[in-house]
Ligand binder design. Structure first.
Ligand SMILES: [Zn+2]
Length: 320
């Protein structure tokens, strides 16, 4: 601790405060480097990424932005920053800055996440090979035989929801106006129908009286629907089986979208698992859109360009 007589007691944490008072919050990645919001972000002529503007401490504190259009503002901040850190004590602190316990924890978490992501990226080929589950085998392996008439396949899928759940089904634009409330019905109301109502369904469930299919109107997420634009129908089964057998997710159904892809319907996992899957699944070639709660997906039992969207694998939860 510093003697009060020596005047300003400048701890490294104070240094962070000084830096952040000039640049706004810093996302520290080491003791000497971190990312900030560019002071000239509004001048960027291309899309701004999270890691575009970086701060380097050390003997000459420097802010560098990947964009060029903001350079005058970045330079002005550099001058301000160097002036603020110019007194000898601050310069010394800047040179041997230590992370605060909170910063250390955050950096460790960032590093852990990066490792999870990298490990997934490296294991992709191995996972697809080891857990391979070609389309034909998926169909042959269904625990509950799927009905021969695909027009009825909406019924077992909707049955997978819980009693009383308010489920949305419709076309992509059946949302946003009071008249759209007819697309939000309980599981039981849907099951009283005679045919698939809409081309799409949402795997999350909604508040009573909803007419907007938006994240703010969701009460619970029932399923994580995994899909890939990149993997073929013979490849994506490898991801489904890896999630089922290795990660321990509960696979409820697999839907053939009548396009290029298959959708794996999993019981929605707990938050910590979801956090890791957000890093892992995109590395395995899956679509990150699937993490958006209100994302609509194809409902089996409806035609798409003359072909049925249909179930190809079903675990349980409904009579066909
Ligand atoms: Zn910039």
């Amino acid at each position: 601790m510093m003697n009060a007589k020596e005047g300003k007691s400048v701890t490294p944490v104070d240094l962070s405060t000084t830096v952040e008072s000039i640049l706004g919050p810093v996302n520290w990645i080491t003791e000497q480097e971190g990312f900030v919001t560019c002071p000239g972000q509004s001048l960027h002529t291309h899309r701004t990424g999270k890691r575009d503007c970086k701060l380097y401490l050390g003997s000459v504190p420097t802010l560098k932005c990947f964009h060029a259009s903001c350079s005058s503002l970045v330079e002005a901040k550099n001058t301000e920053l160097r002036r603020a850190l110019a007194d000898p004590q601050r310069a010394k602190d800047a040179a041997k800055r230590r992370l605060s316990p909170e910063e250390k924890q955050r950096v460790a978490e960032l590093q852990r996440k990066e490792q999870v992501r990298l490990r997934a990226a490296k294991s992709k080929d191995q996972i697809l090979q080891q857990f391979t589950w070609p389309f034909e085998s998926i169909q042959a392996d269904s625990p509950v035989p799927v009905a021969p008439n695909p027009a009825n396949h909406w019924r077992p899928l909707i049955s997978l929801f819980q009693e009383g759940d308010i489920v949305w089904s419709g076309s992509l634009y059946d949302s946003g106006k009071p008249a759209h409330h007819v697309h939000f019905r309980t599981r039981e109301q849907w099951l009283q129908g005679s045919h698939a109502h809409g081309q799409f369904i949402c795997p999350a469930v909604f508040k009573p009286d909803s007419f907007i299919r938006g994240n703010d109107h969701i009460v619970a997420r029932r399923f994580l629907v995994v899909e890939s634009d990149e993997l073929t129908k013979d490849q994506v089964g490898g991801v489904f089986r890896w999630l089922k057998d290795k990660v321990g997710l509960s696979l409820k159904a697999i839907v053939d979208t009548a396009g290029k892809s298959l959708h794996g319907w999993f019981t929605y996992p707990e938050a910590s698992v979801v956090d890791d899957l957000k890093l892992v699944l995109p590395e395995l070639g899956c679509d990150p859109k699937l993490f958006t709660a209100s994302q609509p997906v194809r409902l089996p039992g409806k035609l798409r360009d003359g072909k049925y969207q249909r179930l190809v694998w079903l675990n349980d939860g409904g009579v066909l």
